[in-house]
Design a protein around this ligand. Sequence first.
Ligand SMILES: Cc1cc2nc3c(=O)[nH]c(=O)nc-3n(C[C@H](O)[C@H](O)[C@H](O)COP(=O)(O)OP(=O)(O)OC[C@H]3O[C@@H](n4cnc5c(N)ncnc54)[C@H](O)[C@@H]3O)c2cc1C
Length: 445
Amino acid sequence: MDFLIENESVATFLMGAIIISIFILPYIYSMRKKESRAKIRLAETRAKGQDKPLLQHPIINQSECIGCGICVDVCPEGDVLGLIDGKATVIHGSHCIGHGKCAENCPVGAIEIGLGDISERQDIPRISENFESNIPGIYITGELSGMALIRNAIEHGVKAIEHIHSKTKSSKNGKLDVIIVGAGPSGLAAALQSIERGLNYLLIDQSDTGGTILHYPRQKMTLIQAVNIPLFGHLKEGEYQKEVLLDYWETMIRDYKVNIHIKEKLIGITPLPNGFKISTSKNEYDAKYVILALGRRGTPRKLGVPGEDFPKVMYKLLDAETYKNQNILVVGGGDSAIEAAIGLAHQKGNNVTISYRKSNFFRLKSRNEKNIETAIVQKTINVVFDSTVKEITVDSVTVTTNEETQTIKNDFVFIFAGGELPFPLLDSIGIDFGVEIKTKTEEYV
Ligand SMILES: Cc1cc2nc3c(=O)[nH]c(=O)nc-3n(C[C@H](O)[C@H](O)[C@H](O)COP(=O)(O)OP(=O)(O)OC[C@H]3O[C@@H](n4cnc5c(N)ncnc54)[C@H](O)[C@@H]3O)c2cc1C
C-alpha cells in the first residue's frame, strides 16, 4: 500500500515537472525576452526624446494592470506600448495617435485615453468644452486642440459651429459669420455644418483640401471610428484607403458647393468691436467668429533661395516609385530627409544627393542611421555635409560648402527643412496655453 502511494506521488511530481517544462517555462522565457526587448526600446526612445506622448495617449493604472499584454498586441501603430516589470508601459509615446484600441481591449479596464497633466504644456491651447479659446469668439478644433484622430476632428468642428449657431443669427448683409481656417477633417466638417445651419462662412487653407490625410503615404489604410459627417452621412466602414477618403472630401466640396479658398494662409487676427479682422496671404476679412482647425503639422520651412518657386521643388515625397532615371537633390538631415533619399535611391537610374547644413547626421532613428551609413559606403547616395543650397535653376542646383561651390545636374528638389509650427501664430493672436478650462463660466467670472 505504502509502495502504491509513493509511486502515485512520484507520478504526480513528474506530471507537474512535465507541465512546467513544456508550458510554463517557455511562457516565462518568452515573457522575459519580450520584457528585455521592451526595456531596450524604452532606453532607445528615451535617448531620442520619443518616449513622451505628444497628444492623447494611454494612461495606465499600474495597480490594476495584470500584465496580460493584450494592449501591446492590439495597438494599430504597433510599438507604442510594451511590458516592463509585468506592467503595460508607454515605450514609444510619440507614435501614439490615440486610436484607443488598448483601452477598448484591456480586460480589467486599467487604461484610459487622455492628455494627462497638461498644465505645463505650451503646445496645448486652453479651450472650453465648446472648443472656445480664452478669447471669446475664437475656437480651436481638431488636432490643434490636443486630440488627434479624424473622428475627433470632425466632431469638434461640428460642435464649435453648433455653439456659434446658438449665439448668432446668420448675417443678412453679406458679413461673414465665421471664417474657418484649415480644410482638414475638422475645418471641412465645420464648413458643412455651417451650410446645414445657414451660416455665412468661408473656409481657407494654406495648402489644399484634405489636411494631414493628404500627407499620408500612398494607399495607407486609415482607421476611422464610426462618425457622422454633416450633410454627407455616416462613415461606417472602420477602415478606408487614403485615396478613397480624399475622393469623399472632393465629392463633398463639389456636391455641397463649399465656399473654400485654397493656397491662402492665415497670417494674423485682430479683435474688432463685433468680431475679428482676419489677415491672410491674399486678403483681409471681417468675421464675427473664427475657427482655427490648423492641425499640428505646421507649414514647411522654405530655404528662401532663387528658383524655389519652380514646380520641381517639393516639400514632401508621397510616391518614390514615380521618380526613375532622375537627378534628385534632397535637402535636410532628419528622418524624413533620409527616408526620402533612401526611397528615391532605391528606384532605377536615380542619382540622389543629400545637402545637409551640419557636419554629421544626429538623432536619427536607428534604422535610418544604419540605412544611410550603408548607402554612403555603397555610394548609392552622395552626401554633401556642411553645405547650403544657393540657387535652383530649371536643370541644376548650386550648393556651397566652406571649401567649394558645386553646380549639380538636377531634375527634382525635395526640401525637408522642418516646419513653422502654428504655436507662435496662436501666441501672436493672444491664445493661452496650458491649463484646461473646464467650463466657460468657471473661467470667465
Ligand atoms: C502618418 C499619420 C497617420 C494617421 N493615421 C490616422 C488614422 O489611421 N486614423 C485617424 O483617425 N487619424 C490618423 N491620423 C491623425 C489624423 O490625420 C489627424 O488627427 C487629423 O487629420 C486632424 O485633423 P485636423 O482637421 O485637426 O487637422 P489637419 O488634418 O492637420 O488639417 C489642418 C489644415 O490646416 C491647414 N493650415 C495650417 N496652418 C494654416 C494657416 N496658417 N493658414 C491656412 N491653413 C492652415 C493645413 O494646410 C491643413 O490642411 C494620422 C496622422 C498621421 C500623421
